[in-house]
Design a protein around this ligand. Structure first.
Ligand SMILES: C[S@@+](CC[C@H](N)C(=O)[O-])C[C@H]1O[C@@H](n2cnc3c(N)ncnc32)[C@H](O)[C@@H]1O
Length: 218
């Protein structure tokens, strides 16, 4: 049985310890690597009013997936790590969240084709993983498929100006100004309005990441 025994770690029984990148939904003070509530407070202002569909790519233990459901979304988390998904399922059960589902699958340029269209896409701190693991061309194919499935997106990514991280070199195509590069990139995918929601700290480098909200004209 999966347990949530204390505020600092999740012990998933025989599954062992997992990295607590996000807080456990419903327990904000979990000592997670990223606070998340700082990003969510800004994001919330841009959600559609009433009911909407939401898909969170690289959902980790579902913090943003659950928050979107709380605001009226039918909310899907997509996560390749089995343990993170199992923990997310346990939190779903403990918190009685009916309008949330998690899909344990790794997204690449093939599997992305199986994902649904949604009102709001959340693609945060995962793009640079695709670049690092499979190169820009593959990352771009995935991102094009994803952005074809939505009219609005929350987006942040590892940036080429982050220090002491192992993907800086892989992201050199963002130079000299990664924030300008991301803005142009989102526009090239059909988003007509691109807003900067602010810069948010990571645990990896002293350089914060810019969070964007972008939408297409109706
Ligand atoms: C740095 S964490 C970001 C988590 C969350 N999106 C956030 O911003 O708080 C990246 C997450 O994406 C997942 N991930 C990495 N590559 C993936 C892939 N190809 N398909 C699905 N999930 C992936 C990782 O397991 C991890 O949970």
């Amino acid at each position: 049985m999966t347990e949530i025994p204390n505020r600092l770690t999740i012990s998933a029984g025989r599954m062992g310890m997992i990295e607590l990148y996000q807080p456990i939904y419903g327990e904000e003070e979990t000592g997670a690597q990223r606070m998340c509530v700082d990003r969510w407070t800004k994001m919330k202002e841009h959600l559609p009013k009433g009911k909407f569909s939401f898909m969170d790519i690289g959902s980790q233990i579902g913090y943003f997936t659950f928050q979107a459901a709380k605001e009226g979304g039918v909310s899907f988390g997509v996560e390749r790590n089995k343990r993170y998904c199992e923990v997310a399922h346990a939190i779903k059960s403990i918190r009685n969240m009916d309008h949330v589902a998690f899909l344990n699958i790794g997204i690449d340029s093939f599997t992305v084709k199986g994902l649904p269209n949604v009102d709001v896409l959340c693609c945060m701190s995962i793009y640079h993983h695709w670049v690092r693991e499979s190169g820009f061309e593959e990352a771009d194919k995935i991102f094009t498929e994803l952005t074809n499935r939505t009219n609005s997106i929350f987006f942040d990514t590892g940036q080429s100006n982050e220090q002491d991280v192992d993907w800086t070199k892989d992201l050199e195509f963002m130079n000299p100004n990664p924030i300008e590069w991301i803005e142009k990139y989102l526009k090239s995918k059909g988003f007509t309005t691109v807003k900067q929601l602010g810069e948010f700290a990571t645990h990896l480098s002293p350089v914060p990441r810019m969070l964007f909200f972008a939408s297409k004209d109706k």
